[in-house]
Design a protein around this ligand. Structure first.
Ligand SMILES: NC(=O)c1ccc[n+]([C@@H]2O[C@H](COP(=O)([O-])OP(=O)(O)OC[C@H]3O[C@@H](n4cnc5c(N)ncnc54)[C@H](O)[C@@H]3O)[C@@H](O)[C@H]2O)c1
Length: 247
């Protein structure tokens, strides 16, 4: 029970890596907020966890909307009285040649994957300060560390997440707020479910461990970083990538 009585917000918590992290966090004793645009999946997950005796609530949030993010934080305080952990996980992906990317698509990607991280961190910090500390984990990507064709906006957003993690960590270190990132390799979630068999096999071949990752393998790393087991770790990005970045 490494997160016993801790209160955690997980953005994008209704699906994929976020959903797995919610499940790992409640196993470890946390009270959780599933913050997601997807009302149906989010409510379903919260109801299921509550039936199993866990403390979980769903909140409809668009992480690009500052008012909604502020409401998410205020409602978490109303409901649970504190915020100890934020997992900034909501994100979108796309593959498109750079010379075909519209300004709207570019802005949308940066808005969800980057503005969303800034906004949630901005609004939880004051409550973490009140608690005497907290832990923020940002979901970056291997593509925050290396380039790849036809993913310009995605790689730009994730590279920014890796570096803002360092700045946030340094900025709030004296207030006992640790800030880290995870950098997953390709993980078998709805985000990549559209890939053809050929593309999927290509992706598998890029991971020295010879397979795609599973959402719970990332979730376990997030729980570690969020917990006191990682008490001397801040400002880093933990690759959960089957060896992808080692090459
Ligand atoms: N799947 C991978 O291979 C992979 C690899 C590296 C990093 N990541 C990162 O992991 C994170 C989660 O991805 P996933 O693979 O679990 O995808 P997913 O599509 O299964 O889950 C993403 C969730 O985010 C939610 N979401 C999207 N836009 C939102 C918004 N504006 N406000 C609130 N919620 C929103 C969706 O409704 C969905 O529930 C993303 O940040 C992604 O970039 C994924």
């Amino acid at each position: 029970m490494r997160l016993k009585d801790k209160v955690a917000i997980v953005t994008g918590g209704a699906s994929g890596i976020g959903e797995s992290t919610i499940k790992e966090m409640v196993k470890e004793g946390a009270k959780v907020v599933i913050a997601d645009l997807n009302e149906e999946a989010g409510s379903l997950l919260a109801n299921k966890l509550c039936k199993d005796g866990k403390e979980a609530i769903y909140m409809k949030v668009d992480v690009t909307d500052e008012e909604m993010v502020q409401r998410m934080v205020a409602s978490t305080i109303d409901q649970f009285g504190r915020i100890d952990i934020l997992f900034n996980n909501a994100g979108i992906g796309s593959t498109q040649p750079t010379d075909e990317v519209s300004m709207e698509d570019w802005r949308n990607m940066l808005s969800v994957n980057l503005d969303g991280v800034f906004l949630a961190a901005k609004h939880v910090i004051k409550y973490m300060r009140k608690n005497g500390g907290g832990s923020i984990v940002n979901n970056a990507s291997i593509l925050g560390h290396v380039g790849q064709g036809a993913t310009l906006a995605y790689t730009a957003s994730k590279g920014a997440v890796v570096n803002l993690t360092k700045t946030l960590a340094l900025e709030y270190v004296s207030e006992n707020i640790r800030v880290n990132a995870v950098s997953p390799g390709y993980i078998d979630t709805p985000l990549i479910s559209g890939a053809t068999d050929e593309k999927r096999n290509l992706l598998i071949s890029l991971h020295p461990l010879g397979r795609l990752g599973k959402p719970d393998e990332v979730a376990k790393a997030v729980v570690f970083l969020a917990s006191d087991d990682a008490s001397f770790i801040t400002g880093t990005s933990l690759a959960v990538d089957g060896g992808y970045l080692a090459r």
